[in-house]
Design a protein around this ligand. Sequence first.
Ligand SMILES: Cc1cc2nc3c(=O)[nH]c(=O)nc-3n(C[C@H](O)[C@H](O)[C@H](O)COP(=O)(O)OP(=O)(O)OC[C@H]3O[C@@H](n4cnc5c(N)ncnc54)[C@H](O)[C@@H]3O)c2cc1C
Length: 538
Amino acid sequence: MLKSRAEVTQSLDGELFDVLVIGGGINGSVSALSLSSKGVSTLLIDKGDFASETSQQSSSLAWGGIKYLESGEFSLVWQLCHSRNELMRFFPSQVKEIRFFTKLEKGFRKPRFFIFLGTLVYWLMGRFTMRAPRLLSKQVIANDEPVVDVKNCQGGVEYSDCYFVDTDTRFVFNLIKQAAKQGAKAVNYLEATKLSCGGDGIWDVEILDRLDPEAKTYKVRARAIVNAAGPYADKLNASSGVATKFRHVFSKGVHLIVPKITNSKRVLTFFEDDGRMFFVIPMGECSCIGTTDTRVETLPAVVSPEDREFILSNINKRLNLEKPLTLSDVISERCGVRPLAVETKPKPAKGDDASSDWMSLSRKHVLEADKTKGLISIFGGKLTDCLNVGREVSEAIADMGITKGQMQSADKPFWEDLALKQTFAQRAKGLGLSADAIERIWRRFQDDATRILDDYQADKTLMQTITPDYPLTWAELKFAARHEMAMGLGDLLRRRTNIEQDMPIKGKALRPLLLDIARTVYGDQQGAADKAVEEYLK
Ligand SMILES: Cc1cc2nc3c(=O)[nH]c(=O)nc-3n(C[C@H](O)[C@H](O)[C@H](O)COP(=O)(O)OP(=O)(O)OC[C@H]3O[C@@H](n4cnc5c(N)ncnc54)[C@H](O)[C@@H]3O)c2cc1C
């Protein structure tokens, strides 16, 4: 079970760990899980909330990289399909198959039948684990998805890939909970500010508590460091005097979230004006549209008026809406950078100069391990490939001899506990929960799901949903607020739940609900709820 933040931090000063993982995005979380499942004593820290950087800005797709077939990167597609299948097998309720409904315009760069052959090859590379692709006529598109504009359409294709049902952040958080169950310590809002490797081969790390009003610091020791700081990994290495063979360049990606465009649980796929794939992805009660791919040099990346215009004009051209989407329809935005791994020296990396093809830069991850120092840096990568990152980190740590034979022990299973799910489902049925509610609560809370049922039994009013048409009960929200290290409304509404992005209300209409949430969850002594809401809306 995840310990509270206070519980973990009170004993932190001076503690020695086998491994300190810096960064609680997907790569740090999966590393912590993989290491702790092998008995390695692990501390995971993040300078913000868990998954509060790149790993909350993705398209939330676990995909085998169909688009890389066009550039001939068959081995990458083969590997990504395998990774995707593994995710689906290990986390069957959290990573699910979804259909990609693709419209092809007349004059598209490849004939429709050729694209269909591509989807068949993709299906084969995915080892036929999902439903077969199908060729779509213009008429079928018009019937099945009337929202798609078929005026200039030559037909299309439909194929399968996967998505993270509760989005990227909840998946990352559940990995962290699993890591904690295997014995890892995990704390948010702790920043590694100074790293030095002593003569005894042990790292001394200064850690700043970003929630402490007095800016308290801790000194932690570790036999090895995993730098999983995502886009900040280069900065962290540079600040500790570490030179690496790889570094990052950044590609900004923006999504806009609007009220649900289609009720079907499919990803609508188009090719935008510059030829890239472009999606309308189901996200709770909303649709998430994107993304863009532009090079940026500085962090954090922000959404520009051009990004919004690009997305809205591209989607409006391809949908058959009564009224085109405008900025006033946008409920929220996602904006992050893809940290892409490139070689540092000696020759300029592909994509490093303006003339080369920026978008063809590889999206593969690279793990760079400095055995003498006991430092591993993770560059690039995708959510989809996370299990491989975890394995490679464990292997590199074993290779450093840090864990003295502990690594030989078999992995503890860290996939979903299906026997427990069955027991939970039986009890939940007895309480009158619908099949959807049973699936949702299990998917989100996993081993803690039965604790939600305890709360329902203790107080029947907690079974009510927070609004009539939003599938989240007060018990689930309260549990997340109290037991999932949510340190404020932002953590609760954006990462433990996704209310901030997938509930189709915004502006003034949202305020009463926020107050209700803050009062119910935190109580309202001395206007604490109002203050929390003001702080959140700032
Ligand atoms: C627009 C977009 C769409 C994408 N879509 C997909 C997709 O559909 N499927 C897919 O598989 N992949 C996708 N990706 C890629 C994927 O999201 C990223 O590769 C992945 O999230 C990177 O994770 P990370 O853990 O390396 O970095 P991050 O998630 O950025 O985590 C790094 C963490 O390190 C912390 N940190 C930094 N410095 C310090 C420090 N000094 N001390 C403590 N903590 C620190 C940060 O706070 C941060 O939380 C997408 C990416 C983008 C931008």
